[in-house]
Design a protein around this ligand. Structure first.
Ligand SMILES: *[C@@H]1O[C@H](CO)[C@@H](O)[C@H](O)[C@H]1NC(C)=O
Ligand SMILES: *[C@@H]1O[C@H](CO)[C@@H](O)[C@H](O)[C@H]1NC(C)=O
Ligand SMILES: *[C@@H]1O[C@H](CO)[C@@H](O)[C@H](O)[C@H]1NC(C)=O
Ligand SMILES: *[C@@H]1O[C@H](CO)[C@@H](O)[C@H](O)[C@H]1NC(C)=O
Ligand SMILES: *[C@@H]1O[C@H](CO)[C@@H](O)[C@H](O)[C@H]1NC(C)=O
Ligand SMILES: *[C@@H]1O[C@H](CO)[C@@H](O)[C@H](O)[C@H]1NC(C)=O
Ligand SMILES: *[C@@H]1O[C@H](CO)[C@@H](O)[C@H](O)[C@H]1NC(C)=O
Ligand SMILES: [Zn+2]
Length: 432
């Protein structure tokens, strides 16, 4: 189902939950209107209660529904024009599998008929990362510097990430954050914190579906509404910058999806080593298994596996476990690897965004302890890039982000609160 608006209908149940949430919020008197205020909340439960962010009101109706596969908003002529302008760059490759099963990665009916020569350089089929379509750059899978760990986290911003981000500040460690557009919409101040803290922000699509299963316009919209080259898109609008890099959810990319990303100025980043941290608690995967995965990476660094080329490990800002695990192993990684740097730093990509007011250090600067070299734009401005004079509240809710097919839903109580109400969001968990 496609909702024409960000805001979904309201129910008496949600109304009752809102009342509880408003009460909880008013009892704490925290500043939940600025990046700085939000960053100071240390109770994870408090962090994950939705809040009002006034500039979001200006975005109402301009985005696809959160956590649904994105499509171009029907009256969005900018998006339509942009989509038309890249048509000639999109190869004639069909979406893989059949929706809805394929949205969650079920390609079982399709894979047996797919040529084993892998004509589309489909990562999910054989981990192909060197495109077969002319004109596309290879995916970034490793970092060029020896004995270096390219450090990054997928699936954020997580509502309860302050403990983890505080830890990274304490260690003066920057990372590449692959943000999901729907999470950015739901947690705008958390998204702003990444820029304020000097991390690099890349796109991790709008709704975290298997990208090769989507139609061309859906692939376009998954990128466009998350980044973008135009004004009213989530990361640009809320954080103030337009990313130039992305990572496919579940690695699912082929030359058609790469071509659309490339046309929008996004470089595809994969990984060399998978921590599988998101699997903890699924099937029979335990915390000890994930510990072992981290330890194997450390062993490989010690035995010279990365002596000529560094490694990118896949890790997540998904939940308390994945973030705790990153903290648990940070000191060991730091002691074992020569350098731990964001991916853009490893590539000397000192201009990580379309906007020129914000820079990353070069690799040499970073390893000389110049880990932040932001330009004109103040990365601490809570209002960075967000515009609009919202006089009504808007808000959001989120589902727990999980790998693969889990359907997410959006919730917003905008319409049911009188003007002037300051709180409308509530965690989806409460509704489930
Ligand atoms: C599309 O229509 C909605 C609802 O009328 C409106 O809020 C929104 O601003 C419009 N979007 C654009 C891009 O014009
Ligand atoms: C390092 O250890 C891994 C196993 O953890 C092994 O696969 C690899 O061959 C070893 N490399 C070297 C250079 O010894
Ligand atoms: C994990 O949850 C505990 C208990 O709520 C909290 O104290 C801790 O800071 C959390 N860790 C992270 C990394 O979020
Ligand atoms: C980054 O810049 C340094 C210093 O100029 C250079 O040694 C290194 O090869 C560069 N790395 C890349 C990936 O361009
Ligand atoms: C890094 O520090 C060394 C030693 O202080 C200095 O010689 C070098 O010029 C510095 N490089 C950069 C890129 O700042
Ligand atoms: C960077 O800081 C670390 C930790 O304080 C220190 O050990 C190292 O010598 C510094 N490097 C440079 C080039 O100043
Ligand atoms: C963030 O982490 C918390 C704690 O594990 C979890 O409850 C929540 O669902 C996660 N997801 C998002 C999107 O915040
Ligand atoms: Zn992901």
């Amino acid at each position: 189902m496609r909702l024409s608006s960000l805001f979904t209908s309201k129910t008496p149940v949600s109304s009752a939950i809102l009342a509880i949430a408003v009460f909880t919020l008013s009892a704490t008197a925290q500043d939940r209107t600025t990046e700085q205020g939000e960053a100071q909340i240390t109770d994870p439960n408090q962090e994950c209660i939705g809040y009002s962010y006034a500039p979001m009101a200006a975005l109402a109706g301009k985005f696809p529904a959160v956590w649904q596969p994105a499509t171009i908003v029907s009256n969005d002529t900018d998006a339509q024009a942009k989509y038309q302008s890249i048509q000639s760059q999109i190869p004639n490759i069909q979406p893989k599998g059949t929706q809805p099963a394929s949205l969650g990665g079920d390609f079982s009916g399709f894979t047996p008929t797919y040529p084993s020569s892998d004509p589309d350089c489909w990562w999910t089929y054989d981990q192909c990362t060197t495109p077969k379509l002319a004109g596309l750059p290879p995916d970034l899978t490793a970092v060029p510097e020896p004995d270096t760990l390219g450090y990054g986290f997928d699936d954020g911003p997580n509502c309860s990430h302050n403990a983890f981000y505080d830890y990274l500040v304490e260690k003066n460690q920057k990372a590449t954050m692959f943000y999901i557009g729907s999470n950015v919409m739901n947690w705008p101040l958390e998204a702003q914190r990444a820029l304020a803290d000097g991390h690099e922000i890349c796109v991790h699509t709008w709704s975290h579906r298997y990208m090769t299963s989507l139609t061309n316009d859906e692939v376009f919209a998954e990128f466009y509404y998350s980044m973008s080259t135009h004004v009213m898109k989530a990361i640009k609008m809320i954080v103030g910058v337009t990313p130039t890099c992305w990572r496919p959810p579940n690695g699912d990319v082929d030359d058609r999806v790469r071509a659309i990303a490339h046309a929008l100025g996004l470089r595809t980043i994969i990984w060399t080593y998978d921590s599988n941290d998101w699997r903890e608690g699924t099937a029979d995967i335990t915390a000890a298994d994930i510990d072992a995965n981290y330890e194997t990476l450390i062993t490989r660094q010690q035995n010279g596996t990365f002596a000529t080329e560094g490694v990118i490990m896949l890790t997540h800002e998904l939940n308390n476990f994945t973030m705790s695990e990153a903290m648990k192993f940070y000191d060991q990684l730091k002691a074992t690897f020569k350098y731990i740097v964001p991916m853009g730093v490893a590539a000397n990509q000192t201009q990580p965004y379309v906007e020129t007011g914000y820079s990353l250090p070069s690799f040499d600067q970073y390893i000389n302890n110049t880990t932040t070299v932001s330009g004109g734009a103040s990365p601490t401005a809570g209002s960075a890039g967000a515009t609009g004079s919202g006089t009504t509240s808007s808000g959001s809710a989120t589902g727990s982000s999980s790998k693969g097919a889990a359907q997410k839903a959006s919730f917003d109580g905008l319409g049911m609160l009188a003007a002037g109400a300051t709180f409308v969001g509530v965690a989806l968990k409460l509704l489930a």
